[in-house]
Design a protein. Structure first.
Length: 317
């Protein structure tokens, strides 16, 4: 009798988790702006179910969600969802169960979905003719409309100059798609881990998940050689090498930006600054891109100067 009730409860849990996953994933296409952020949380229900009730239950919820998406939006959407968000949820659940360090769990939860999605996209695009015309037209119309509104009161450039700028922007985004896709997957992994950590803490009798300490985080020393190699590739007069250099340079630069933010967080913690002022400091960084470059430079030079060790020594003295 108890086993029957348990099986019924797990069945309902699978249905609810699949429904939540489909709703979160679909929000990206129906809710402007914030829907994209909500869509990144699509793996959260699967991740929680797999952590609480095992990988088989998580796989059942994922299969039901994938089937539902295939019926609602077609096989392309469901295949992309399974390869990226489905793999992310199951891999992260396994990494947490094995008690891997947070950095390793996030790295694997980013790398495997990227590889799986790359394979799926390659298979899909090889079987159909890929036409970028509609996507390019949509991108140029949206960006052009936004720039015209931005420059409406200040004059702005001519229509021909604006069209040239928008076309160049589209080509740049197209070249940086691999790096942007990796970054979006990494953001999804980080966001899901943070949300699951908060929810997991509220469940009774569950050990807390590990916390990523930004103020103490450092990039591997080998990253500096990757940065140098990508910089060299960027200046090689070969389109393929230049594209690889651009993408790797963007990824490594953002890694050092995170390390620079860690240095900033370290000194904000030392000064015991109120949370409101810390939030304002980070917001100010977001609206000042030049300051972000300075923070990334601090992250790079931390390899040689070790700013946080210097701070600790001064504090001890």
């Amino acid at each position: 009798m108890g086993s029957s009730h348990s099986g019924t409860w797990v069945g309902w849990l699978v249905l609810v988790s699949a429904a939540l996953t489909v709703t979160l994933f679909a929000a990206a296409g129906y809710v402007p702006v914030i829907g994209i952020l909500v869509g990144l949380l699509a793996p959260t229900p699967i991740l929680l179910v797999a952590l609480r009730h095992g990988r088989l239950t998580g796989l059942l919820a994922l299969s039901l969600a994938t089937l539902s998406l295939a019926l609602l939006f077609g096989s392309l959407q469901s295949a992309v969802f399974f390869a990226e968000y489905g793999v992310l949820g199951l891999v992260m659940a396994e990494a947490i169960k094995r008690q891997w360090p947070v950095e390793k769990a996030l790295l694997v939860s980013t790398a495997l979905p990227v590889v799986a999605s790359g394979i799926v996209m390659a298979l899909l695009f090889s079987s159909v003719d890929l036409d970028l015309g509609p996507m390019k037209q949509h991108f140029e119309e949206d960006l052009g409309h936004a720039l015209r509104q931005f420059w409406a009161d200040g004059g702005g450039p001519s229509e021909e100059t604006l069209r040239t700028y928008v076309q160049e922007a589209f080509e740049t985004v197209l070249q940086l798609l691999p790096a942007l896709f990796i970054l979006s997957t990494a953001a999804a992994a980080l966001l899901n881990y943070g949300v699951v950590r908060i929810l997991w803490r509220r469940l009774e009798g569950q050990p807390p998940l590990r916390q990523l300490m930004l103020s103490q985080w450092k990039a591997p020393e080998a990253c500096v050689w990757v940065l140098i190699a990508s910089g060299i590739c960027f200046f090689v007069p070969l389109p393929g090498m230049r594209m690889v250099g651009q993408n790797v340079l963007l990824l490594v630069s953002l890694i050092y930006l995170v390390q620079g933010l860690g240095i900033m967080a370290f000194y904000l913690n030392r000064t015991s600054m109120p949370s409101i002022f810390r939030s304002l400091a980070y917001i100010f960084l977001l609206i000042q891109p030049l300051l972000l470059l300075g923070v990334a430079a601090f992250g790079l030079f931390d390899l040689w100067f070790d700013f946080r060790r210097t701070g600790n020594k001064r504090e001890e003295t």
